[in-house]
Design a protein around this ligand. Structure first.
Ligand code: MN
Length: 253
């Protein structure tokens, strides 16, 4: 049986991870290592400034008082040290992880951590709306994880999957869309007359773009975007090359 490490950023008690883990038992041995509370937008944070606790709450189920990235590290490097997982599955997140927002996502960072540990990894997120249900998404996840165990050969590339609210029209392989940020920070006054701020107030909107994850979701499709961690902008390397000469004197001061 393949070993499946399941984690998320909504926390161990979220419906998305409960249903996902339960359904994936049809595919392999499921080990859950998840944050003990919600860690959405935790991004790729790793806890280095305090001790972490790993608490077993069921057979094959552990909670960590840390981030999704902490969970994958403790899962792979401690709990499953002798029997590494064959795949890391993160989610299903309650809410989309599309376009530029992937950089904040704890759901996706957990999958990237799997990739850094050379394990094929998948991030799953569901768009929230009226008549929301995880049921169709978890069924799709079973088929996708089965496929990935057979065919996802390059662990450096993760799959970022987003489910539309309604029954999907099909599947689209996509690229990341671009977010339009409106009214990014809201200012209010607290009862003592001091300003406080709330980030992300405006309704999200997106630049229209063909082949993007956003377009696929808008059209009612499941979006699958292959992502990798190489943040190097290769085209800029030759353009910036003259700086080596230009700033050489400053560097040797
Ligand atoms: Mn979340």
């Amino acid at each position: 049986m393949p070993r499946i490490l399941v984690t998320n950023d909504d926390g161990i008690y979220s419906e998305g991870i409960r249903k996902l883990a339960e359904t994936l038992k049809a595919v392999g041995d499921v080990i859950i290592v998840a944050p003990d509370r919600e860690q959405s937008a935790a991004s790729h944070a790793l806890t280095l400034n305090r001790p972490l606790r790993l608490l077993q709450i069921e057979e094959n189920e552990w909670i960590v008082d840390g981030t999704p990235t902490d969970c994958v590290n403790l899962g792979v490097l401690k709990l499953m040290k002798e029997t590494r997982p064959d795949i890391v599955v993160s989610g299903i997140n309650f809410g989309a992880n599309l376009g530029d927002d992937v950089t904040y996502s704890g759901t996706i960072s957990a999958a990237f951590e799997g990739a850094l540990l050379h394990i094929p990894s998948i991030a799953l997120s569901a768009v929230v709306g009226e008549h929301f249900s995880f049921d169709g998404s978890v069924q799709f996840a079973v088929g996708l994880v089965r496929w990935a165990l057979e065919h996802q050969r390059d662990p450096g590339v993760i799959l970022n999957v987003n489910f539309p609210v309604a029954a999907p029209a099909g599947v689209r392989i996509t690229k990341l869309g671009r977010r339009i940020y409106t009214e990014g920070v809201i200012e209010r006054m607290d009862p003592r007359g001091r300003a406080y701020y709330w980030i992300g107030g405006g309704a999200p909107s997106w630049h229209p773009g063909e082949g993007t994850d956003f377009e696929a979701i808008q059209a009612g499709y499941i979006s699958i975007t292959p992502l990798h961690l190489d943040l190097t902008h290769h085209d800029s390397i030759p353009r910036l090359k003259p700086l080596e000469e230009l700033l050489a004197a400053d560097a040797s001061r």
